[in-house]
Design a protein around this ligand. Structure first.
Ligand code: UD1
Length: 416
């Protein structure tokens, strides 16, 4: 099992480019089945989650290959509506194939995704919305059998602005009869990227980025070239790497507007943050200031995907910070590992109370999920001595060669 070995105490200093956003890439890869044509995608990071999506695309008959800087998906040979069970189990977000295959094929067999490291993660909102559009869905023996001769546009109200449910409905509605409206839709930038991608191949989606999304059904789509938006979570993680090591960093290929909630918190923590049109510069203070409260919320609130990294930063602050995790009930697994490194943290349900300490100390810890693993690496960069972070595979799901990027910025980090 691979692990990271970090010798703490080196400042992160320098400039780096941020890669394309995992959470934009995954639904767009699922959406490539829609056009039955060539999809040329740029800025696709080399992540294990992307590999799994690629395997699923190949399993349903698509050709997928790298050509220079681009990832090409040719979906003209689509010949199956079954998403392999082992791959859905490996990556929950492959459930996004439900909407895409239903739209293109009229039927889908997909295994029930179940829970994951960060919580129970139900799919009731996805299924309710698709049923409202006329899909017949049977749940038996751990599988979902979905079919619809022709989905019909309708007015859907999501009880919660779920990212995955919003995306599944957009994909399902692309060829539906009439117009589908999603109310209380998720407003994440990755949904805007999905809208742009679908529209570039001839779809008619509008309103993404607001709470109401409109999808007018079309009859066919054509080939497309698309560049993925920068990863705001990877960008935030690099900023914290500089902040926690008293360093300074310049990020290229970022959209500062996508990161306002995180940038505001970093300023509150005493960092100097300056933004250009596609750059962010951060200069860390000598001592990080505690922040009164950080609560995770749907976009544009503070992202749950940045909660654990921000918590690492606050463990070294000069006071007390309260975290409230409103999105996933089981997203504090990194706290017990941070405590092993000398952090002072008390958790009660969705609330975590952090009392900053002068210094963290190196220890052997285990990454239990993607962002929690990143948080442990950040803590290790600032800790005294050597930290071994086991189960590096979680981090590989969302960061393209994180150790190489951090090493180039001055960290003493190896992956074994
Ligand atoms: C996506 C992101 C993930 C991020 C999350 C929240 C991808 C691939 N993943 O996950 O990185 O942490 O958004 O920003 O884009 N819910 C229900 N019923 C449903 C669906 C969701 O109750 O049918 C609940 C979930 O349990 C959770 C909340 O809604 O409490 C948010 O989940 P959702 O927005 O759907 O997250 P994902 O799309 O799974």
């Amino acid at each position: 099992m691979s692990k990271y070995i970090v010798v703490g105490g080196k400042k992160i200093v320098g400039e780096t480019r941020v890669h394309g956003a995992k959470n934009a890439v995954l639904p767009i890869l699922a959406a490539t089945v829609l056009n039955g044509n060539i999809n040329v995608l740029y800025d696709i990071p080399r992540l294990s989650d992307v590999e799994i999506m690629t395997k699923i695309l190949q399993a349903v008959g698509c050709r997928v290959y790298r050509e220079g800087e681009a990832l090409v998906v040719d979906s003209s040979g689509l010949n199956s509506h079954e998403v392999p069970e082992d791959l859905v189990r490996e990556m929950r977000s492959s459930f996004i194939f439900l909407g895409a295959l239903l739209a293109r094929h009229g039927s889908v067999k997909i295994s029930y995704p179940g829970g994951c490291e960060i919580g129970h993660r139900p799919i009731d909102l996805h299924l309710k919305a698709l049923r409202e559009m006329g899909a017949e869905i049977e749940e038996k023996h751990g599988f979902l059998y979905c079919k619809a001769k022709k989905l019909r546009g309708c007015d859907i109200h999501l009880d919660f602005p779920s990212v995955g449910a919003t995306e599944n409905v957009i994909l399902a509605a692309v060829f539906a009869e009439g117009t589908t409206i999603i109310r209380n839709a998720a407003r994440e930038p990755e949904i805007v990227d999905l809208e742009n991608y679908i529209n570039s191949m001839g779809g008619k989606v509008s309103g993404a980025g607001s709470a109401n999304i409109f999808i007018e059904g079309v009859n066919e789509l054509h080939g497309v070239q698309h560049r993925i938006i920068p990863d705001r979570i990877v960008a935030g993680t690099y900023l914290i790497a500089a902040a926690i090591t008293k360093g300074e960093i310049l990020l290229d290929n970022v959209v500062p507007d996508h990161m306002q909630s995180v940038l505001h918190k970093l300023r509150e923590a005493g960092c100097k943050v300056e933004c250009g049109s596609n750059q962010i510069k951060l200069v860390a203070p000598d001592r990080i200031k505690s922040i009164d409260t950080i609560q995770t919320l749907p976009y544009p609130g503070f992202p749950t995907d940045m909660q654990s990294q921000m918590m690492s930063l606050m463990t070294t602050s000069n006071g007390v910070t309260v975290f409230i995790e409103n999105i996933f009930e089981n997203r504090y697994k990194h706290t017990e590992e941070l405590i092993r490194m000398g952090a002072n943290i008390k958790v009660d349900g969705r609330i975590a109370l952090i009392r900053g300490v002068e210094k963290l100390s190196g220890a052997t810890v285990t990454s239990k999920d993607l962002r929690g693993g990143a948080a442990l690496i950040l803590a290790a960069l600032a800790a005294e001595g050597t930290t071994i972070i086991e189960s590096a595979k979680h981090v590989d799901r969302g960061y393209d060669h994180l150790h190489e990027v951090l090493h180039a910025l001055g960290a003493e980090i190896r992956k074994m």
